[in-house]
Design a binder for this molecule. Structure first.
Ligand code: PLP
Length: 475
């Protein structure tokens, strides 16, 4: 295929923009600001420029182009109406340093979003400050710390975390100065209650719990777990990344969770991946309210104002957090309403279970019971075949691979989350392709070992690629 490269097709004097004639006197630039040498930029036409960037965008994977069952990441469709709202000049032309009375609309939106999240999750208050899930975790763990210290409970320095947890959980603890104790899972994929009981004592900060957990399984003993931890004086942190399996049906605040983050970019549909931007508001029960990060929007009669909680852990993000993401999440929630949010959850769970049964015939599911919004299969389906081979071969068939090798407690894990926005036809096509790949694995395993065959580059060292990316297009 003919593919123009910007520098190669550069032609002196050609340009992609046309500026109007100068109608003001030309000013002299001070000589210290002048370039010593001409900058080496390609000179090309507007059309060639458009083609270049459109082509680059097509090399990328997105929910708008392919099925993207990346477990734990909730890659649902992001409705375009969110973008319409986020692009409204009345929002884009405001600045967080403006006087509060001139940005009442923005503050009202934030207030109503706080109220909506409180209602959905059953908490006393919500701070919209954190910029991502991991950031919300960090803020939440600092809130737990501030609570214990405010009671003179200074010996609590040990956080309990199940072995199925996301890596950001122990990282948030380490950043807050706590040690981490791992709690094993039992054979049904729940937290081992005896191990939890044995670990709880006067040094326990609390338990970081993901529910449904990263196996896509509802924690069956959630009430008993909360009782054990609370009886020991600890708090329950909820990793809310999996709220897409629960919203409108059950409220974490009612199940014993004390503090929890929300991934607005997952559950409430904002384009994500590649590092952001995201938003990770954190919700709390009544007794943790004084410690929340701020500012938080309060309603005073008919007006909205920003307030800092009395014993706040402080601001964790500049200004109002990632306002553009808040705006999209708000739009999504208002468009779906109460019934729509519940239906989204129900369909997410239905889709996951439909696919669990179909895919399970090819890639066995480790904990094979009714799942929530995702499930974890195993990819070692033939002699010498690994999960990575299947993931890479899926790319050849036009699917983004599922999450691989996570959670760590499942050997050769293949973590699949279809989300509610996929049709039955897409789910069937995915399951059929997996079956076809399994056939290839038996008959021609080399096809899998050398996959993907359709991409610009094939098997990269992913760690080196992420840490030391080679960004030159020529050797
Ligand atoms: C995505 C995720 C996180 C981290 O959220 P980010 O917004 O990516 O920082 C934490 N826990 C679980 C279970 C997740 O899936």
């Amino acid at each position: 295929m003919y593919e123009s490269l910007l520098f190669e097709i550069s032609s002196p004097g050609r340009t992609a923009c046309s500026l109007p004639d100068l109608d003001v006197p030309e000013a002299e630039l001070p000589s210290e600001f002048l370039r010593q040498e001409a900058v080496n930029l390609p000179e090309i036409s507007e059309l060639d420029l458009v083609r270049h960037y459109v082509r680059l965008s097509q090399k990328n994977y997105s929910v708008d182009s392919v099925f993207y069952p990346l477990g734990s990441c909730t890659m649902k469709y992001n409705p375009k109406v969110n973008e319409v709202a986020a692009a409204m000049p009345k929002f884009t032309a405001t600045h967080p340093l403006q006087p509060e009375e001139t940005v009442q609309g923005n503050l009202q939106l934030m207030y109503e979003l706080q109220e909506a999240i409180k209602e959905i999750a059953g908490f006393a208050d919500v701070s919209l400050q954190p910029a991502a899930g991991a950031h919300g975790e960090f803020a939440g763990v600092l809130i737990m710390r501030a609570y214990h210290l405010s009671r003179g409970d200074t010996q609590r320095n040990n956080m309990l975390i199940p072995d199925s947890a996301h890596g950001t959980n122990p990282a948030s603890c380490a950043m807050s100065g706590f040690s981490v104790q791992q709690i094993p899972s039992d054979e049904r994929g729940n937290i081992d209650l005896d191990a939890l009981r044995a670990a709880c004592n006067e040094t326990t900060v609390g338990l970081m719990l993901t529910n449904p957990n990263t196996l896509g399984l509802f924690e069956e003993n959630i009430e008993e777990i909360a009782k054990i931890v609370h009886d020991a004086g600890g708090l329950i942190y909820g990793d809310g990344a999996n709220l897409n399996a629960m919203m409108g049906v059950a409220r974490p605040g009612d199940l014993g969770i004390d503090v929890m983050h929300f991934n607005l970019h997952k559950t409430f549909s904002t384009p994500h991946g590649g590092g952001g931007p995201g938003s990770g508001p954190v919700g709390v029960v009544e007794k943790l309210r004084p410690f929340q990060p701020g500012p938080i929007v309060a309603k005073d009669g008919d007006s909205y104002t920003l307030k800092m909680p009395e014993q706040s852990i402080g601001a964790v993000k500049s200004f109002w957090g990632n306002f553009g993401v808040l705006l999209r999440a708000y739009t999504y929630i208002r468009m779906l309403g109460e019934d729509g949010l519940r239906l989204a959850t129900e369909d997410a769970v239905l889709n996951a279970n439909y696919l669990r049964v179909k895919v399970g015939k090819t890639c066995p599911v480790k904990y094979d019971r009714v799942c929530m919004h995702e499930f974890v299969s195993m990819g070692d389906i033939a002699e010498g075949i690994h999960t990575m081979d299947i993931a890479k071969r899926l790319i050849d068939y036009g699917f983004h691979p599922p999450t691989v090798y996570f959670p760590l407690i499942v050997h050769e894990a293949l973590m699949i989350e279809p989300t509610e926005t996929e049709s039955k036809e897409t789910l069937d096509a995915f399951a059929d392709v997996l079956e076809k790949i399994a056939e290839e694995a038996r008959e021609n395993p080399e096809l899998l070992h050398s996959a993907p065959h359709t991409t610009e580059v094939s098997r990269l060292d992913e760690v080196v690629a992420a840490r030391k990316p080679v960004l030159r297009y020529k050797a």
